[in-house]
Design a binder for this molecule. Structure first.
Ligand SMILES: NC(=O)c1ccc[n+]([C@@H]2O[C@H](COP(=O)([O-])OP(=O)(O)OC[C@H]3O[C@@H](n4cnc5c(N)ncnc54)[C@H](O)[C@@H]3O)[C@@H](O)[C@H]2O)c1
Length: 332
């Protein structure tokens, strides 16, 4: 049987993270980068030359009018992702969205509704779920029994985002969604759906609440613990630990490996494998999952995050951060 044709991908947003996605798309036989699009002419030109990709388009309108592609990668600035993605989802064009799909749960719900109404293939780039070390470690942990607890630290240095970085204050105020979502989503990747959250929210050094400590009860009855301090130095940074009755999986020495300790056995370490070793970890796996869904027409499935899945993670973050109480509201 011959291999299916590569998926012709148009990449929208060509700056920082595009520089990590493009080498992955160029390395995967199931992808072909068909075009680039950015409203910033300089970024567009530089990326076109660096990766040898043409044609280029200065707006999503122009790209869509051209139309010679099978799928889009929406890698635009945080506040633009939802709007750009929605037009392609509504046009029935398979859409990969960088996280966060919307900065607000209500934006992400709107995108999820568009997917339900149109049946368009869409997937969110929560790439930690595709780290090869974590996938292997999780599988080995699950072989030891049911998960009974998951602990995640999503500590970050966020002061620079309040001091005139490329991020607007609205994004700085919702950093738990803009970036900590990577770590907080692992609560659901490792433990499943969450039934209830009890949280303590404090303000220690930034213009908005910046310290979040929560206890979670999973639908399975397992317990979760989420810690996200955004003030001061990084400390532990992003970290996960998941336990069954006899075993514990931790990312204790950084996210590019994890260690499984099973009672009475020697600890086993899982490292990154395959393309994860030389490209941005998790990006090859997530793109393979998306491209397979586009080629087969089958829905994306776990661990690939759908828009509905992303809504569930964002609603969990709403409860951990109490953001509904204090954070800016969507403009609409
Ligand atoms: N998965 C990860 O590890 C990871 C890491 C960093 C960023 N991200 C996500 O990737 C996305 C992009 O982040 P970045 O750091 O590359 O941002 P960036 O600011 O470096 O680049 C964004 C680009 O999008 C362009 N753009 C904005 N609006 C546009 C529009 N309407 N049409 C076309 N182009 C438009 C900008 O001109 C800019 O060149 C964000 O959603 C961010 O959260 C993910």
């Amino acid at each position: 049987m011959s291999a299916p044709n590569p998926v012709r991908c148009a990449v929208i947003g060509t700056k920082n993270i595009a520089g990590q996605h493009l080498p992955v798309l160029q390395a995967l036989p199931e992808a072909e980068v068909a075009a680039l699009c950015d409203i910033d002419a300089q970024a567009l030109d530089e990326t076109s030359r660096r990766f040898g990709i043409e044609p280029t388009f200065k707006s999503a309108d122009d790209l869509q009018a051209w139309g010679e592609f099978d799928a889009v990668y929406v890698l635009v600035s945080v506040l633009a992702v939802a709007e750009v993605a929605e037009r392609f989802i509504r046009a029935g064009i398979p859409t990969f969205l960088e996280k966060p799909p919307g900065l607000y749960s209500s934006d992400t719900e709107r995108l999820a509704a568009a997917v339900r109404e149109t049946g368009t293939t869409a997937m969110v780039g929560l790439n930690r779920r595709f780290y090869t070390c974590l996938q292997a470690g999780r599988e080995a942990l699950l072989n030891t029994g049911d998960i009974v607890s998951v602990t995640v630290h999503a500590d970050e240095v966020t002061a620079p985002h309040w001091e005139g970085s490329k991020f607007p204050p609205e994004v700085a105020a919702r950093w738990a969604y803009a970036n900590s979502i990577h770590a907080l989503d692992l609560l659901r990747y490792l433990g499943g759906d969450v039934a209830s959250v009890t949280s303590l929210v404090r303000q220690r050094g930034l213009p908005k609440p910046d310290s979040f400590s929560a206890l979670l009860e999973y639908e399975s009855g397992a317990v979760g613990r989420a810690v996200s301090d955004q003030f001061g130095p990084k400390g532990t940074g992003h970290f996960y630990e998941a336990r069954t009755r006899n075993a514990v999986l931790t990312s204790r020495s950084g996210l590019s490996s994890c260690v499984l300790e099973v009672r009475g056995r020697e600890a086993v370490r899982f490292d990154l494998t395959g393309l994860d070793r030389r490209l941005k970890p998790g990006f090859p796996g997530e793109s393979r999952a998306f491209l397979r869904a586009v080629q087969t027409g089958e829905p994306v499935s776990f661990p690939a995050p759908t828009l509905d899945d992303a809504v569930r993670t964002m609603k969990m973050i709403d409860e951990i951060t109490g953001a509904e109480e204090w954070a800016p509201k969507p403009a609409t």
